[in-house]
Design a protein around this ligand. Structure first.
Ligand code: ADP
Ligand code: MG
Length: 367
């Protein structure tokens, strides 16, 4: 089912009554989610992710704008008539019901032509339980399950009616790190197998990048960028997006451009043809540094961090916005820890320039 958001806007009266201005939780959001895609809605807390999801499922009404499922305008439909499955961070299973009863619960109140027999409900619950791999647990109570298993029950319950759209709001936040990794792979698999159009809300860029067909990066209610995870990472439109994606995060420096050359502090580090003379923010991805004795960019060496097959060189630079500069180099590189300075050449396509005021990307010709 294709989902279309058309100039979707949601304003709330300000909670601080002294401030008259409304809070614009979602600001003019227009996007077409193709049938069967998994979209990751990503941004810091308070940027409007949950509000967007609540608008799609009908728990909240937009101040303006429209929502379509396929060709149906669902803007004024109540949630129960939209055919959406919902999973929240607090998955709220019924403690006194078994897993099976929890899963069949949404089926119990189907009426008229949709009404199911006990046997049909049981069959559906079993099929869905198999899909989310909890078929051995159907007779247990939620208290007898681990957090990850409980979350699977919640997903099964959202899926049992075969919704047209599946909406997940930070569904993994209550799980420990290992389970979070495992469960997100599971969600991806379930989504692929069912082909249900899915919106997955998270503030965790790593999570969004790893499971989404496309990500939508939001800030203050405004969509910043939409694209395939790798494309957004490789080609951010502004400093916010560049900083939000990537671990370790992008390194940001104050720099300036003069005569088509980029300087950071005293070092002239890169040719940036086509950029007019100005001060800029320079973002350099950790993998954009190449260790070289004759490298143009010099930093003060602090130490090394070995993380499996990668080595991270930690250094400092007076122009750096962050206290440390992190560069990832391959383990074969030898670093002289006694040295005071470390020198880098830069990979041009891993270096991004941003307008000092607007923080919008400034593109340059990198040969
Ligand atoms: P997120 O899910 O990205 O953390 P939300 O969508 O919950 O963000 O909130 C977006 C903004 O809207 C925040 O500034 C929040 O305080 C505000 N907001 C959300 N719900 C309400 C509400 N019911 N009343 C007033 N303000 C709200
Ligand atoms: Mg939220």
């Amino acid at each position: 089912m294709k989902v279309v958001l058309q100039n979707l806007t949601k304003k709330f009266p300000n909670r601080n009554r002294k401030l008259k201005e409304d809070v614009v939780a979602v600001d003019n959001f227009t996007f077409e989610i193709p049938d069967g895609e998994l979209i990751g809605l990503l941004g810091p807390s308070g940027c409007g992710k949950s509000t967007t999801l609540n608008l799609i499922c009908g728990l909240q009404k937009p101040t303006s704008g429209k929502i379509f499922f396929g060709d149906d305008d669902v803007t004024d439909l109540p949630p129960e008539n939209r055919g959406v499955g919902l999973v929240f961070q607090n998955y709220a299973l019924y403690p006194h019901l078994t897993v099976k009863q929890n899963i069949t619960f949404p089926l119990e109140n189907l009426r008229g032509a949709d009404k199911l027999t006990k046997q049909q409900m049981s069959d559906k619950a079993e099929a869905i339980a198999k899909l989310v791999q909890i078929d051995g647990l159907l007779d247990r109570k939620p208290s007898e399950l681990s957090g990850g298993q409980q979350q699977r029950v919640a997903i099964a319950r959202a899926l049992v009616k075969m919704p047209r759209v599946l909406l997940l709001d930070e569904p993994l936040s209550n799980l420990d790190a290992r389970l979070r990794l495992q469960t997100r792979e599971e969600i991806k698999r379930i989504q692929r197998e069912t082909g249900i159009t899915t919106v997955f809300v998270t503030h965790d860029q790593d999570e969004a990048m790893s499971i989404s067909d496309r990500i939508v990066v939001m800030k203050d209610g405004v969509v910043q960028q939409i694209g395939k995870p790798q494309d957004v990472y490789d080609d951010p439109v502004n400093l916010f997006v560049a900083k939000f994606l990537g671990t370790p995060p992008i390194n940001v420096f104050e720099g300036s451009v003069k005569g088509g050359k980029l300087t950071i502090g005293a070092d002239t580090v890169l040719d940036v043809k086509g950029v007019s003379d100005q001060d800029v923010w320079v973002g350099i991805r950790p993998e954009g540094f190449v260790l070289r004795d004759d490298g143009a960019f010099s930093c003060k060496l602090s130490g090394l961090e070995v993380m499996g097959r990668d080595v991270s060189v930690v250094s400092t630079n007076e122009q750096s916005v962050n206290p440390t500069v992190r560069s990832i180099i391959s383990a074969e590189n030898k670093v002289d820890l006694a040295a005071e300075t470390v020198r880098f050449a830069l990979k041009p396509h891993k270096v991004f320039l941003f307008n000092k005021k607007t923080e919008e990307r400034i593109r340059f010709d990198a040969e």
